[in-house]
Design a protein around this ligand. Sequence first.
Ligand SMILES: CC(C)(COP(=O)(O)OP(=O)(O)OC[C@H]1O[C@@H](n2cnc3c(N)ncnc32)[C@H](O)[C@@H]1OP(=O)(O)O)[C@@H](O)C(=O)NCCC(=O)NCCS
Length: 176
Amino acid sequence: MTDHLPPAPPVVRLTEYTKTEQIEIIGDSDDPFGVADAGLTWLPKEDHFGIRQKGRLVAHAGLLRLPISIGEADTQVVGVGGVAVAPDLRGRGLARLVVSAAVDHARTMGPQHGLLFCRPPLVPLYQRLGWRMLEQDVHVEQPGGSVIMPLRTMWTPLRDGAKWPAGEVRLRSLPM
Ligand SMILES: CC(C)(COP(=O)(O)OP(=O)(O)OC[C@H]1O[C@@H](n2cnc3c(N)ncnc32)[C@H](O)[C@@H]1OP(=O)(O)O)[C@@H](O)C(=O)NCCC(=O)NCCS
């Protein structure tokens, strides 16, 4: 007998993602991503992917192309951020769906690597989605100058066989 699973909800490109849309997903908490302790200034994302259920936005992942230097090379990465799923719908694969759709799009943007920052407890989740830990310090810009990113840094190849190059890593912008 075949199992009839409900069809996966479609991921759509969002034309707008503001505080209003974020509140629609995760509510109006002071620190929905649990990163306020880090005291960082973040960049908004440019491309937005979402899942709607019965008209309500329930999941989001955002993308932004950013300049980075790795060793002597100045290059770009696609930053992934603002990953959020409605609290009542977690654990059902919605983050997998929306992050996968965002990464599929990131593959068309040019850079060889996707990059994200997350709290340590989320490392296993992103590893499950194919991301790898970057086991070195990553410098990022902040309004007061360059700092070492206190969160975990993870990357994913956007081209077949792309490896992370050796060398000091400096994101040449605020983090995403
Ligand atoms: C983090 C968050 C987006 C996860 O959303 P979610 O819809 O519950 O995640 P999914 O159900 O898609 O899980 C993704 C995968 O990780 C796996 N996973 C979840 N928790 C895990 C854990 N602790 N260890 C290992 N794998 C885990 C799931 O099994 C799933 O893998 P599978 O598809 O192979 O079964 C959600 O909890 C959230 O919105 N949190 C608040 C905002 C936040 O912290 N965002 C992250 C910013 S970096």
